[in-house]
Design a protein around this ligand. Structure first.
Ligand code: C2E
Ligand code: CA
Ligand code: CA
Length: 518
């Protein structure tokens, strides 16, 4: 299925590129989503760290302030020392200010004072238990934003503790530590915001970015916004690069696997290179004396993993893959290699039947290939018989001129598997052929009560009339041999005589019936 689908190289290449692109997309998006997810998880932890930090900070502040609330009942002179030391031990606190009757009367930073709290921080609503405001600065540090936070003392009228705290420090510290993960943090109180992007206060309306995370504190009306990009160009670039690398690697691998592993067409060429093909010789004997007159050369493929592959399978496959020409040329090479040894044991004029597939017969290179083959064999030592099946002669005009040319060059022609085609008898009269190889289907039927023997009889009579020499294939039993000899068949080939043999066995071969009679 697979190999048939990817029969042509172009299809294979397109298929591999397509697969590569798909894998590139898949890997790229997986990588992107993975880094996106990682980033989301990082932002979650960052936000939660910030939240926990701020919450515990304000919790501690509340505890410190609760401890200061009783001081709002006293006089500044009596309590200022405690107030100052408390501020000194509270992180980021600029000043604690005690308020009674709407009047700020004592500051940890400046000591006794007498200012209406509304004048100090008009926005602060001291009727609330807790109120928070963002300040662009305090009298002592006018350019440094601060948080003003008010804790009412419920025991006295219009009184409580007010404090200003630095807020620039904490987020900046966090920010510098993980600045690759996000673009900024904002602390939002009411409609004002302080961000890490600028040192001045913003109105929340002017915050252009939409935060990726927000958190509100428990008990303090303050919101923390975290700003981060959905993805960074670096991540996108990395995902693209990763996808590209995966795609190229996968595409190449698929192409390699399809061409080398799954495409047996290529495998045939590889097998030729690696010497996995070899030839076997099956003797053909003359029917009279049962002496060897020649042999049919048959190809074998010893595959390293699949074992012996039958020629019926790989020949038709090689034809489909348009590789029959290189395969036949390889067969010629194998015969040429064996020729020196063959000529030492075979009688002069010994016939070699070579199967020629139609794909080669009609190839442009055919004549040249045959000439070269002949020229490479020992001169006038062997008679090459080309075995051609009936179906190869469909293009009659071409076949006729080709046969004439072959005869002229000194080749003989046998019609192979005779009787299996449709218009066999017509061909016999139209073409000049030297041998007629009767298909083993007919031979098989000899001795059984079927109707094929009369057909075989008729074929033999016709062959005799046309002066054609007959070879019976697939002779397996002495009964079949006897029948064929009685009916005037000229040559016999089949397991009864010998199975096809590799060269070392073939050159030592002697027919059993000859041996028996010795
Ligand atoms: P074929 O040309 O008809 O070759 C004869 C086949 O019959 C061979 O099968 C041979 O081993 C087998 N055979 C011989 N005697 C007997 C017998 O007594 N009984 C039985 N049952 N079988 C017998 P093989 O070698 O498997 O080849 C099968 C076919 O593959 C060949 O049929 C031929 O068409 C093709 N083939 C083999 N080698 C080549 C080659 O080098 N080139 C081409 N183009 N085709 C080849
Ligand atoms: Ca044959
Ligand atoms: Ca045959």
């Amino acid at each position: 299925m697979f190999t048939r689908y990817f029969s042509s190289n172009r299809k294979l290449l397109t298929g591999s590129i397509l697969a590569g692109v798909l894998i590139a997309l898949l890997c790229g998006s997986l990588q992107f989503f993975w880094s996106y997810h990682k980033r989301e998880a990082k932002l979650d932890t960052l936000m939660s760290d910030l939240h926990v930090y701020m919450e515990s900070y304000f919790d501690e502040l509340k505890t410190s302030i609760d401890a200061l609330q009783p001081l709002t009942l006293g006089q500044c002179d009596d309590v200022s020392a405690k107030l100052t030391s408390s501020a000194a031990f509270s992180i980021n606190v600029r000043a604690f200010v005690l308020v009674r009757d709407n009047i700020a009367f004592c500051s940890s930073a400046t000591g006794a004072m007498n200012s209406a709290i509304n004048d100090l921080i008009p926005e602060l609503n001291i009727q609330k238990n807790i109120d928070v405001e963002l300040l662009s600065g305090t009298p002592m540090l006018p350019n440094r934003p601060a948080i003003a936070i008010w804790y009412r003392n419920p025991l006295i009228r219009d009184g409580g503790v007010f404090t200003s705290i630095n807020i620039n420090l904490t987020p900046y510290l966090l920010y510098t530590e993980r600045q690759n993960d996000f673009t900024g943090i904002a602390i939002v109180i009411g409609d004002k915001a302080l961000t890490t992007m600028s040192s001045r206060l913003f109105n929340t309306r002017d915050l252009r970015e939409i935060p990726t995370r927000t958190a509100t504190l428990n008990g303090v009306p303050l919101k923390i916004n975290l700003y981060a990009q959905q993805w960074t160009p670096g991540e996108l670039f990395f995902a693209l690069l990763f996808g590209l690398v995966c795609g190229i690697a996968a595409g190449t691998l698929i192409y390699y696997l399809l061409t080398v592993r799954l495409n047996p067409g290529k495998e045939i060429l590889a097998a030729i290179k690696r010497g996995q093909f070899y030839v076997v010789y099956q003797p053909v004997v003359d029917a009279g004396q049962l002496k060897m007159s020649g042999a049919e050369v048959l190809m074998r493929w010893r595959h390293p993993t699949m074992g012996e592959i039958p020629p019926d399978a790989f020949i038709s496959f090689a034809e489909a893959q348009k590789l029959i020409v290189p395969l036949t040329l390889h067969l010629f090479d194998l015969i040429i290699r064996d020729a020196p040894l063959l000529q030492t044991v075979l009688p002069p004029g010994a016939k070699f039947g070579i199967n020629i597939a139609p794909g080669h017969l009609h190839a442009d290179s055919f004549k040249e290939d045959m000439r070269r083959f002949k020229a490479s064999l020992p001169p006038d030592r062997f008679q090459v018989v080309l075995e051609i099946t009936e179906r190869d002669m469909i293009n009659q005009r071409e076949a006729r001129s080709l046969f004439e040319w072959l005869h002229h060059e000194g080749f003989e022609i046998a019609i192979d598997d005779f009787g299996t085609g449709h218009s066999a008898l017509i061909y016999l009269e139209r073409f000049t052929m030297d041998y007629l190889k009767i298909d083993r289907g007919f031979v098989n039927a000899i001795g059984t009560e079927t109707v094929t023997s009369p057909v075989l009889d008729a074929v033999l009579t016709l062959a005799r009339r046309l002066n054609m020499v007959t070879v019976a294939e697939g002779v397996e039993t002495p009964e079949q041999a006897a029948w064929l000899r009685e009916h005037g068949v000229n040559y016999l080939q089949g397991y009864w005589i010998s199975r096809p043999m590799p060269l070392p066995d073939f050159i030592q071969w002697q027919p059993d019936f000859v041996k028996d009679s010795e």
